[in-house]
Design a protein around this ligand. Sequence first.
Ligand code: VGL
Ligand code: ZN
Length: 183
Amino acid sequence: MKDTALVVVDMLYDFIDGSLACQGADEAVKNTRDYIEQSKIYPILFVRDHHPANHSSFFAQGGPWPPHCVQGTHGADIHVDLAPYASDDLTFFKGEDVDVEQYSGFEGLNPAGQSMREVLELMEISTVVICGIATEFCVFNTSRDLLGAGFKVIVKKDCLAWVDAEGHVKALKGMEALGIRVE
Ligand code: VGL
Ligand code: ZN
């Protein structure tokens, strides 16, 4: 599977057992780790929501979310079971601009300032497998943008967690309707 990469989206403590804990998160982390070990899939890219403490998406600024994934806090860290697979070059940060909501990991940049598209193209990746949190937000937007950029996209159903069960099901249907494989 040399032309295939895995993208792990926002498997960060605040989305797992923190301020924005999502349904199914523990199972999603475990299943993602099992998938990595069993499939030996490589390369593995990580997306990290990474907000300043006064981000516009937080309640105090009139946004829809509790404070989460604040830069430098435990809640912004990748789960310990997945962190060993992460490398700087293949980690893409989003949500760093105080005024901008970024649900799509495709808009993230690595520490060298490279976009996900740039890095995937350099590695000659044509198919992307997606695991992550939350189905309705970051997973949906990241998958849609990767598909729009010409990649084949496969979403791993057992490796997702969600804010709202109905929203999760609706997002899965929406992704399938776009031409994303959900398996
Ligand atoms: C996300 C809510 C707020 C996500 C990010 O990555 O799904 N959801 N910020
Ligand atoms: Zn966020």
